[in-house]
Write a protein that binds this ligand. Structure first.
Ligand code: SIN
Length: 275
């Protein structure tokens, strides 16, 4: 029987379930929980790459990430790897994946294969809770704004990718996406008003210059990342985190020099954010 421990402003830890064998009832409960919480954690799972894919496909078609190096033999599973000699890690700053796509991916399932002896946690932030704690005046202003999101400065030809990370990414010529989204979306699953800008990919507000946009964006980034909107997940081998890109941000803490961390990530296709 599924048990769920809710976590503050974002997420829930789920136990009493083996992701290799999910009944229809369990799946229905998990879908309702995911819609409500936007972030689920499962521990002690023994998932082969095929089982990981089978679980992900229960949420929708798989989005094959065009920039990440895949796991050998599994083009639809991205490898999130940091080796002992590497200085930088993947996802080491606050971001939400795929906001540069006009139809952003629903979310990702990250599965812990190999972990450092200490550290390598992931931080998450809840963007609906962050919206709720803004003033009414700010909410009214933000509802009238749209923002531009881009992949060019992160994955494109002009991106500054540290030398020890170049073989983790590819297809720089395919980083030509600029997308526009409302700053406050109505979340497709929960219906909650949710802040949808992020430091990784949002470049400016529509109709504003970058310079004009920067101070309001900086305010929103500081607000969303306040401790009361966040949760720090300490990984254990076999844990799986499943986050909703439209409801959360995440940041992979880079605090384990000289050690290996290896995760498998599967991303699921999303739906338009506006009618
Ligand atoms: C990511 O940004 O997808 C990686 C998150 C992590 O490795 O914790």
């Amino acid at each position: 029987m599924i048990r769920c421990t809710p976590i503050g402003a974002v997420g829930a830890e789920v136990d009493g379930i083996d992701l290799n064998m999910i009944s229809d009832d369990d799946l229905e409960n998990l879908k309702a929980l995911f819609a409500e919480k936007g972030l689920l954690f499962f521990r002690d799972q023994e998932l082969s790459p095929d089982a990981h894919l089978d679980f992900a496909k229960k949420w929708g078609p798989i989005n094959v990430n065009r920039f990440f190096t895949p796991v050998e033999g599994y083009p639809s599973i991205a490898e999130v790897r940091k080796e002992p000699q590497q200085k930088y890690n993947i996802g080491g700053n606050w971001h939400t994946d795929h906001s540069y796509d006009q139809i952003p991916a629903l979310g990702s399932m990250l599965y812990a294969k190999e972990l450092p002896t200490l550290g390598g946690d992931t931080l998450f932030a809840g963007c609906a809770a962050a919206f709720d704690t803004l003033s009414e005046g700010m909410k009214i202003t933000l509802r009238s704004l749209r923002a531009v999101h881009s992949s060019r400065h992160v994955f494109g030809k002009s991106a500054v990718i540290p030398e020890d990370m170049t073989d983790m990414f590819g297809n720089a010529d395919r980083a030509f996406q600029d997308a526009e989204h409302p700053v406050i979306i109505e979340h497709p699953l929960s219906g909650r008003e949710t802040l949808y800008v992020n430091p990784g990919f949002t470049t400016r507000f529509v109709g504003w210059t970058e310079k004009e946009s920067n101070s309001l964006l900086a305010f929103l980034y500081e607000h969303i990342s306040r401790p009361e909107h966040t949760y720090r997940f300490q990984w254990s081998k076999g844990a799986l985190a499943f986050w909703d890109n439209r409801a959360t941000w995440h940041l992979a803490v880079n605090d384990y020099p000289g050690e290996t961390r290896l995760m498998h990530r599967i991303t699921i296709e999303g739906e338009p954010l506006e009618p």
